[in-house]
Design a binder for this molecule. Structure first.
Ligand code: BGP
Length: 491
């Protein structure tokens, strides 16, 4: 059998996000972000995303009055801020070619509207990028990954305010200028579409601050500002860093009709369009007709400034990155079907697929289907920037951590990726697993929902030594990277 391996130069790596990983929420001159004010709700069902994501202005004001890090897990994360040298050495030991991370806006402009950037924050990321380059690891940097400064929520109404476009592009200009020789791969906004599912986290929007307004319209207005800001960020990046590549980042939903009943198939198609409309806007540089139709049918009016359409059209992204964890089934509501959840969404359970402990269904073929769909739609290079299995890893008596279930998850998904490349002609730039080192879960704020090849000794309440431990999957992934995927097919 001919040796199968990934294309030469395939960017193998792993992903993190500042707000879930760095900790040090006030160190080095950092300002407070929306993530620092989101209290954990360990008493709430992890599958109840509505309740997990709900937040009020009062909640935020209460958070600002306390230094507590027990019930504000994103204030401590995995303390990457103080462990970055050790962590990057572990990534290098696995042979990483690429490391996805985000720059916390509030570390650079503590309040978002400061007249000058925070030099200590800029210097921190200089050190991180230098450390990565020491090992030949290419940074893939997300400009906005759920971490706007809280000041922009309380004094500007978050992304609903058009001023955020100016403040954000100033942040982009600052980081592109500072890191022009260190970073060539950038993503603008993490999962712009997630603004609908968690408007506070993604857009700094709190419903009680918009009395009497149609909050859905507020969300789409904020999303419009992010679309314009994303296009301008692409422009700025290309101007300051010749040869740089800028990508959008989509929550890749993958829906199957629960049955061949035409109503189920139609609903599935509608749900898929409800996913693609956001990447369409950033790849084609215009609102797709069915999103405009949706606005019209729901009476949603988006206020645009003259020139917005031209900016979006003129500065589309260079590649399409996305997160893929699981697939779900769509059907006309009817009795007797079991529900399943996945990444802040609920649909119907696929009887042919197993589920994680958090109810996310495990579907490697779904990743191949997603890659083919996205490549056929956009004909642009793709990048899988989030994929992984959240699980309750256990440290055994002998100190080892046997996460064979995670190896099985990755093995199936990696083979699916190679099939998409070799058999379906997909142009795939690279892969960064979520999350290469254990960190705080975005939706549930748990440390116990572990994703890493590296275990972090901290529990949901922040108790522990924060020591790092290699899991079984660490050595397995190291071999996959060393053989560029060929070891996947060894007996
Ligand atoms: C994605 C986010 C990541 C990550 C991931 C896993 O939507 O981009 O930040 O958190 O979801 O979700 P969770 O952490 O809730 O398990």
């Amino acid at each position: 059998m001919t040796r199968r391996e990934f294309p030469k130069g395939f960017l193998w790596g792993g992903a993190t996000a500042a707000n879930q990983f760095e900790g040090a929420w006030k160190d080095g001159g950092k300002g407070i972000s929306v993530a620092d004010c989101a209290r954990a709700k360990f008493d709430i069902d992890v599958k109840d995303y509505k309740k997990q994501n709900a937040i009020t202005t009062e909640d935020v004001l209460k958070a600002l009055e306390t230094e507590d890090t027990v019930y504000y897990p994103k204030r401590r994360g995995s303390d990457f801020y103080h462990h970055y040298k050790e962590d990057i050495a572990l990534l290098a030991e696995m042979g990483f070619k690429c490391f996805r991370m985000s720059i916390a806006w509030s570390r650079i402009f503590p309040n978002g509207d400061d007249s000058q950037p925070n030099e200590e924050g800029l210097a921190f990321y200089d050190r991180v990028f230098d450390e990565l380059h020491k090992y030949g690891i290419e940074p893939l940097v997300t400009m906005s990954h759920y971490e706007p400064p809280i000041n922009l929520v309380l004094n500007y109404d978050g992304w609903y305010s058009r001023e955020l476009i100016t403040l954000f592009t100033r942040f982009v200009e600052t980081i592109c200028t500072r890191y022009r020789d260190k970073v060539k791969y950038w993503l603008t906004f993490n999962e712009i579409d997630s603004m609908i599912r968690h408007p506070y986290t993604t857009g700094g929007l709190i419903e009680d601050r918009f009395p009497g307004k149609n909050f859905e319209e507020v969300i789409f207005q904020a999303m419009h500002h992010q679309f314009v800001a994303s296009a301008l960020a692409t422009k700025i990046c290309h101007e300051i860093i010749p040869g740089s590549m800028v990508g959008c980042m989509l929550t890749k939903r993958t829906y199957y009709p629960y049955s061949c009943k035409p109503e189920d198939v139609l609903l599935t198609q509608q749900n898929m369009r409800g996913t693609y409309c956001y990447s369409d806007a950033q790849v084609f540089g215009e609102y797709p007709s069915y999103l405009l139709a949706r606005f019209k049918n729901k009476g949603i009016n988006i206020v645009k400034e003259p020139g917005d359409d031209a900016i979006m059209k003129q500065y589309p992204v260079d590649f399409v990155s996305f997160s893929y964890y699981s697939s779900q089934c769509i059907a006309e509501p009817r009795e007797g079907l079991e529900h399943a959840v996945g990444n802040n969404s609920t649909a119907y359970k696929n009887p042919y697929l197993p589920s994680s402990e958090w109810g996310w269904q495990i579907d490697p073929i779904g990743l191949r289907i997603s890659l083919v769909d996205l490549y056929d739609r956009y004909r642009k290079p793709l990048f899988v920037v989030e994929n992984g299995l959240g699980a309750k890893d256990v440290v055994k008596e002998d100190g080892t951590i046997d996460d064979q279930y995670r190896i099985d998850y990755f093995s199936g998904h990696f083979k699916a990726m190679l099939d998409a490349i070799e058999y379906d002609g997909v142009d795939l730039m690279g892969y960064t697993s979520w999350a290469c080192i254990d960190l705080v879960s975005e939706s549930t704020k748990q440390m116990s929902k572990r994703y890493g090849f590296v275990y972090v000794d901290s529990d949901d309440y922040g108790k522990g030594t924060f020591k790092r431990k290699r899991k079984k999957s660490f050595g397995w992934y190291k071999k996959v990277i060393a053989t560029n995927g060929a070891s996947l097919f060894e007996a």
